[in-house]
Design a binder for this molecule. Structure first.
Ligand code: HEM
Length: 194
């Protein structure tokens, strides 16, 4: 008899998903806070936090991709329509691209900004030196910075869609609702007493 695969992500994927969600949400808040600040020590500190969270996101995305290759996602439940599967699959693929492209465009922007002062690293929290990308001109850095901002707004739009889809499945209480614990699908919760 063929073994049935479970309709939920495994614990490693769940842990990596919620860690990513936490760091990305913190990053969006820090990012929007520091860009509007006047130049000074507080802004510099916030920028260091922003770079540290960015490096963490890149690291998490690479670990997550490796985990995903070794642990393929669970199959979609049959009640999910074709357009919903296609939308979910592409939403997730684009997220992975963004989770790598966002930190890299940020690093390119910082590397371009430092191209004239001979620095080869930029400090993260705790003084950890993050290597800059060599040979990035000021112009190229500026363009990467603009791309970084565009990618932020694409991420926010996709995140709204992503959360709306998760909520839709909760309201419908179909089996897609329980794919990412701690969410539960129909039948997983305690059966109420009659
Ligand atoms: C904060 C609220 C969030 C909620 C409620 C949420 C909910 C979910 C749910 C329910 C799934 C399972 C989808 C499925 O049925 O396959 C999922 C998967 C996924 N989420 Fe989120 N998520 C959130 C934040 C994020 C963030 C911030 C990111 C990254 C930008 C993200 C990236 C992903 C990716 C890439 C997958 C697919 C995982 C894979 O197949 O490898 N999510 N999310």
């Amino acid at each position: 008899m063929p073994q049935q695969r479970p309709l939920r992500y495994n614990n490693g994927a769940v842990l990596l998903h919620w860690l990513t969600a936490l760091v990305v949400v913190a990053q969006v808040i820090v990012g929007f806070m520091f860009v509007n600040m006047e130049r000074g020590p507080t802004r510099s500190e916030m920028f260091t936090v922003h770079k540290t969270l960015g490096a963490t996101i890149l690291l998490l995305a690479l670990v997550r991709l490796a985990w995903r290759v070794a642990n393929p996602p669970p199959p979609y439940p049959p009640e999910l329509s074709r357009w919903e599967r296609v939308a979910a699959t592409w939403n997730h693929r684009i997220f992975y691209v963004l989770l790598i492209a966002l930190p890299l465009t940020g690093l390119l922007a910082v590397s371009g900004g430092a191209s004239t002062d001979g620095r080869t690293t930029t400090p993260l929290l705790g003084g950890i030196p993050l290597p800059l990308i060599p040979g990035v001109s000021k112009d190229a850095g500026g363009q990467a910075g603009s791309a970084h901002v565009v990618l932020v707004f694409i991420t926010l739009a996709l995140l709204i869609l992503h959360i709306a889809a998760a909520l839709k499945h909760q309201v419908q209480r179909n089996r897609a609702a329980g794919r990412m614990p701690p969410f539960k699908a129909l039948g997983e919760e305690a059966v109420p007493a009659p």
